[in-house]
Ligand binder design. Structure first.
Ligand SMILES: [Cu+2]
Length: 211
């Protein structure tokens, strides 16, 4: 009997925590109203208490580009760098939050890279100068990235006070973080950030198949 009661209690707790979970819907645009894609929205609990559940991520190299351009992970996450091209890539980062190098390789690297320090990480390829991508490593599981319409939703957020951060790899200046309250329902926000337009870096006129 006790056993059944415990199960019921656990189920009720789960149900109530789901019912009470809030979310944040935001639209990110520049001051002229143009939607900003690839902006990171991050909610850090003011309490400093964060569930540790770093989800693994994948950054592919395909068509001699990194996919995706921006990746957000929680500290401790493993990121895989599979090479889907027939040419080799040489992925590197000199960033303080994660310095590493995957020397000239094809296919799947032997093991993923662990991103265990919060911060911004810029990725490049030694062979293809134009290849660039960014990883934002954050101390929270509550984050989202905007799509082309500038929209993003952070779901299943326990109600409480959070510091909201907005970040984009090509932002012109830091956006001050602000403290917000997440309630038991959906909150909507319009956010403004100025970014330098993403201009594809020049690629060689003639593309060899061997590089
Ligand atoms: Cu490359």
């Amino acid at each position: 009997m006790t056993h059944i009661c415990t199960k019921w209690a656990a189920a009720l707790f789960l149900l109530s925590s789901q019912v009470n979970a809030g979310s944040l819907e935001a639209r990110v645009a520049n001051s002229a109203g143009k939607a900003i894609e690839d902006a990171a929205l991050v909610l850090e609990p003011v309490s400093g208490v964060v569930p540790e559940r770093p989800a693994a991520a994948t950054i592919e190299q395909q068509g001699r580009e990194f996919m995706p351009f921006v990746t957000i992970v929680q500290t401790g996450a493993a990121i895989d760098f599979p090479n889907r091209d027939s040419v080799k890539h040489h992925v590197y980062s000199f960033s303080k939050a994660k310095t590493f190098e995957l020397k000239l390789y094809a296919g799947q690297p032997a093991k993923p890279q662990i991103f265990d320090q919060a911060g911004e990480v810029a990725l490049g390829c030694n062979i293809h100068d134009w290849m660039e991508a960014y990883v934002l490593v954050v101390n929270t599981p509550y984050f989202a990235k905007t799509v082309a319409s500038g929209r993003a939703t952070i779901g299943k957020v326990p109600p409480g006070r959070y510091n909201l951060k907005v970040w984009h790899p090509l932002q012109k200046k830091d956006v001050p973080q602000r403290e917000i309250e997440i309630g038991a329902t959906s909150d909507k926000l319009d956010l403004v950030i100025e970014v330098t337009p993403r201009i594809a870096k020049s690629r060689p006129m003639f593309e060899s198949n061997s590089y």
